[in-house]
Design a protein around this ligand. Structure first.
Ligand code: SF4
Ligand code: SF4
Length: 96
């Protein structure tokens, strides 16, 4: 029988995937989870594993988690598709 004091959590589903972890580089220090002002990350119960992205839809892509990470490449941001657009100068029309 399940212990009534046990807690279980699961990420809140969202179409965005704001954080991509590289498990081969992450050391599970949780610095990224501690710095996040939105508290979207939850330290993993597994020692050495990266934090769990509990509320992916709440991320505002400030980049603080990436900047504080001591292992380059262990964590990167993935902006939503609609935010990846670039504005480029319009080429002059040769007809005019
Ligand atoms: S980008 Fe900012 S808001 Fe998003 S998880 Fe990292 S620290 Fe938190
Ligand atoms: S700060 Fe970097 S190394 Fe530490 S848990 Fe987060 S992704 Fe992993």
């Amino acid at each position: 029988m399940r212990n009534m004091n046990e807690l279980s959590v699961r990420p809140v589903p969202c179409s965005a995937t704001p954080l991509i972890f590289d498990e081969t580089k992450c050391i599970g220090c949780n610095a990224c989870a501690n710095v996040c002002q939105c508290d979207i990350l939850l330290p993993s119960a597994e020692k050495g594993a990266h934090p769990i992205v509990m509320y992916p839809g709440e991320c505002y892509y400030c980049g603080a988690c990436v900047m504080v990470c001591p292992r380059p490449g262990a964590l990167r941001l993935q902006h939503p598709v609609m935010n990846r657009a670039k504005f480029i100068p319009v080429k002059p029309d040769p007809e005019k």
